[in-house]
Design a protein. Structure first.
Length: 465
């Protein structure tokens, strides 16, 4: 059923105009908090597991929130299309904060895992609701800049999040990594509320037919993703069996959560979703290999290897800034194609670090090119998703975009872990294999990029040319 929404206000000249300023600040703050928490928990979790004597639940502390987040993304998409983004936003913050409080006060590792699952559910609700807010609150000409701001909101947490989390753990205790975030999350969502109210009320409708079935498939996909995450941290036959079972589950569930035609790269939205997944797989697959490869093959310290990853994060931000300020290309396929070309070339170029005769600076430069490609690609695909979505489908399609992104990255990370763990110790062949797969994902995206344009739009562009 369709959802009637108020017509958005007249376009504003920039993101920081009086009408949009609070909305922009609150949205970017929420994205930064989600990014900080995702990065900070990784730093704190070894200490948490030792303190609570919970090393056996270590993997579940990461796989659990990922699985609940998958379910929440689907639920949030259905909810936003039926009721608008406000309920999903408020419930997302409530679940996110409640999960942080439970985790921060946890007396045992089991309770902490429960808190992490609740927190992951809230994050999934929020991430989709934010996309729908962009669709309803911002005029089309500003959306690329909004998504560029969201990308930039990840940069500072990427640069300082692990270090800040380490300082908090050392001087205040690991619990404050969880308990400090709610103090900022609630004010951030309060900044967004007036802007949402100004959009007008959304006429509530019943969820579309099949909504309950989609939740069921989402639960299956979430469970499979958690199993994949767990299997990727195991060794030998157990790892192989778990990964195969998880992949079968994902293949059964995920196509039912994504647009029809996704597997055959149908023109328009299915290809947009697919390109986002390919880019995420390529970047994540290379990113997880770089620190290990540089430390073992080139003698880099953990700090130096981490700085190389920082180069990619900074160039990602630069790419996002560039795409938000250049004139819109004549073809919607231009930015995705350029971005994926950079990703394919950059991830392949990282393998130059395996050649001792070449300076490692070439590999660092290649990683910067890959990050630049991600910055050009991600916001442009987000905008395309909203452009190709009817108002009553903005939640569902935003959910599909983020699902494809998350599940693609999870799959390639699990498979990469299996490749690196196949021998007694990772070697050059393992690194080369994983980087080749990453580059192949980017190259496939380049070949498919033209299919983001619908046939009718392609004919119009040809006539205009």
């Amino acid at each position: 059923m369709s959802t009637a929404t108020a017509v958005p206000p007249a376009p504003s000249a920039h993101l920081w105009s009086p009408r949009l300023r609070a909305m922009t600040v609150g949205s970017v703050a929420l994205v930064s908090l989600l990014a900080f928490e995702a990065l900070a928990v990784g730093t704190a979790m070894p200490t948490v597991a030792r303190t609570l004597d919970g090393l056996g639940l270590y993997a579940l502390a990461f796989g659990g929130p990922f699985a609940s987040g998958v379910v929440a993304m689907v639920a949030s998409g259905i909810w936003c299309d039926a009721r608008g983004p406000r309920p999903a936003m408020w419930h997302g913050v409530a679940w996110f904060v409640a999960g942080l409080v439970v985790a921060g006060a946890a007396p045992t590792m089991e309770v902490l895992v429960v808190g992490r699952v609740v927190q992951g559910f809230g994050s999934g609700l929020l991430s989709v609701a934010l996309y729908v807010i962009v669709a309803q609150a911002y005029p089309e000409e500003l959306r690329r800049r909004v998504f560029a701001a969201f990308a930039a909101a990840w940069v500072v947490p990427s640069l300082v999040g692990p270090a800040v989390a380490g300082l908090i753990v050392e001087h205040l205790g690991w619990r404050w990594v969880f308990l400090a975030v709610p103090a900022v999350a609630v004010p951030a969502v309060l900044l967004i509320q007036p802007g949402l109210r100004a959009l007008g009320a959304t006429v509530a409708t019943r969820p579309p037919a099949g909504a309950l079935a989609r939740i069921g498939w989402a639960c299956g996909a979430g469970a499979s993703a958690a199993l994949l995450h767990y299997g990727g941290q195991q060794r030998g036959a157990l790892a192989a069996g778990l990964i195969v079972a998880a992949l079968v589950g994902l293949l059964a569930c995920v196509p039912r959560l994504l647009p029809a035609g996704f597997l055959r790269a149908a023109r328009g939205l299915p290809t947009v979703i697919g390109l986002r997944g390919l880019a995420s797989a390529a970047f994540a697959g290379a990113e997880v290999v770089i620190p290990l490869m540089l430390s073992r093959e080139r003698g880099f310290s953990p700090t130096a290897a981490g700085l190389v990853l920082t180069v990619g994060a900074l160039s990602w931000s630069v790419g996002s800034w560039i795409q938000g300020r250049i004139a819109a290309p004549r073809s919607a396929a231009t930015l995705p194609r350029v971005g994926l070309t950079c990703i394919a070339v950059g991830t392949a170029g990282v393998a130059l670090a395996l050649l001792p005769a070449l300076p490692v600076a070439l590999a660092v430069l290649a990683w910067a090119v890959a990050g630049l490609g991600m910055g050009l690609l991600y916001p442009s695909l987000s905008v395309l998703t909203l452009d190709l979505s009817a108002p009553a489908e903005q939640g569902r399609n935003s959910s599909a975009l983020q699902l494809g992104d998350s599940l693609s990255a999870a799959t390639v990370l699990a498979l990469t872990g299996a490749v690196l763990a196949a021998g007694s110790a990772p070697g050059r062949a393992s690194y080369a294999t994983t980087l080749a797969v990453a580059a192949a994902c980017g190259l496939l995206g380049v070949l498919l990029a033209g299919r983001v344009v619908l046939a009718g739009d392609r004919a119009k562009a040809a006539r205009a040319g």
